[in-house]
Every structure is written in structure tokens, then in C-alpha cells.
Design a protein around this ligand. Structure first.
Ligand SMILES: [Zn+2]
Length: 233
């Protein structure tokens, strides 16, 4: 995406996630991770940050330094390595612990992998319609977003939540998004039933009218035959 292309997502001075989704739907066909964004049930803000990360456009310190900014290179989360996209997700000891615990809570017991492999894993999950996989896909986006927020909080406000706190927040959002999705599905199902009911009612009404019409025709025919018989008598 060219510099300034973000302007196309701005409407009336506000960033419109719906415009970005449409853009992704239109151009995203050729990228393996398309489903992580386009099928996402995560919050729009989380999807946006993941999208930037997937395109390697998150302004991590290594990138900012390569642009000539004179800033410290150390990771805000662990202070033990240089900050880069690959370090933040999920080579960093803090992010590794967060993602590992979130995965465990969602029934996935495995080691945390490097960014590219985690993206591949999530791409597969985001194509699935299984409830557990949908939750895992949401969790991936929300974890990336939560870690990015933590990094910014530490960098700009010198505030850092505990790992437990981050994990709880991610799991809470995952549960909320799941509940919201279920409520939306239920509402859609109710609307479908209501439409079917109306359709059924419409069919009944048509059949009733048809029956009345036939009855009228038979009665007319009966009267006509009787009148003919009377005339013969
Ligand atoms: Zn780190």
C-alpha cells in the first residue's frame, strides 16, 4: 500500500474500519493470511493492528531506527533484546508467556512458535468453522493487539500490566466476542424463522383463496346443472 493510501479509509474525519474491510476483500485474494483479517471475529481495532503486523508495517523500534530515529532499541516488554516484529511476536519472553497461557486456556498445548509459523497456524484456524478454532483465531488477533497496547503503554506512559492481567484481558475479550457472535447468530436465526413463518402464512392464504375459488366454481356448476334439470322437467 502506498503512502497516503490510508486516506481512503477516512470518512468525515474518522477512520472507517468498514472501508478497510472492503479494501481487504477486494485485494486480499492472493495472500495466505487473508482469512485472519477477512474472517475475523476479533475486534476491529485488533484486526487492524494484526493487518499492519502482517504487512510488516507496525512501527517497531527497528523500523523507526532504520528511518533514522534516535531511540533506544530495547524491547519495552522484556528489556532483554532489541524490539522488532519477530521479537515482539513471539520471541519475547513476555509475549511468549502470554500467548502460551492463552493457548493453554483454549485447549492448545504446544510450544510458542516464531511469527511466520504462528501466522500460518492462525490462517488455518481462521478458515475453520469449528467453535474452538474460531476462538483461537480471535485470541491470536486479540493477543497481538494486547501486546502492542502494552508496548505502547510502557513506551509512552511507563506503565506495564502483569502477564496475568494481560492474559485475563485477552480471554475476557475472546469470551465477549464469542458471546456477541452467538447473539448475532441467534438473531439471524430468529429473523430467518420469522421470514419462513410469513412465507408459510402467505402460502396458506394463497391455498385458502384457491380453495374458495374452486368451491365457488363447483357451486356455480352445481346451480347451472340443477337449473338445466328444472328446465327439462
Ligand atoms: Zn522482549
Amino acid at each position: 500500500m502506498q503512502a497516503g493510501a490510508f486516506d481512503q479509509f477516512i470518512y468525515a474525519g474518522k477512520f472507517k474500519i468498514s472501508k478497510m474491510y472492503k479494501y481487504l476483500h477486494d485485494i486480499g485474494g492472493h495472500v495466505a493470511w487473508k482469512r485472519i483479517i477477512c474472517n475475523s471475529k476479533a475486534t476491529p481495532k485488533a484486526s487492524f493492528i494484526v493487518w499492519l503486523a502482517l504487512q510488516k508495517r507496525l512501527p517497531t523500534k527497528d523500523m523507526l531506527r532504520s528511518w533514522g530515529m534516535s531511540i533506544s532499541s530495547s524491547c519495552e516488554l522484556c528489556q532483554a533484546a532489541d524490539e522488532s516484529l519477530d521479537h515482539m511476536f513471539f520471541d519475547c519472553s513476555v509475549s511468549k508467556e502470554v500467548w502460551s497461557c492463552v493457548l493453554l486456556q483454549l485447549g492448545v498445548s504446544r510450544s510458542v512458535m516464531q511469527w511466520e509459523l504462528e501466522v500460518q497456524w492462525c490462517s488455518v484456524k481462521s478458515r475453520s468453522t469449528k467453535e474452538a478454532d474460531i476462538k483461537r483465531s480471535i485470541a491470536f488477533s486479540e493477543t497481538v493487539y494486547a501486546l502492542w497496547l502494552q508496548r505502547n503503554a510502557k513506551l509512552f506512559k511507563n506503565k506495564l500490566d502483569s502477564v496475568d492481567c494481560i492474559i485475563r484481558r485477552v480471554l475476557f475479550i475472546v469470551a465477549c466476542r464469542k458471546a456477541r457472535r452467538e447473539a448475532e447468530e441467534k438473531e439471524a436465526e430468529n429473523k430467518r424463522k420469522e421470514a419462513d413463518k410469513k412465507e408459510e402464512g402467505h402460502k396458506d392464504e394463497t391455498m385458502r383463496k384457491e380453495a374458495e375459488k374452486k368451491k365457488g366454481e363447483y357451486e356455480g356448476e352445481y346451480r347451472r346443472i340443477r337449473a338445466q334439470k328444472k328446465q327439462r322437467v
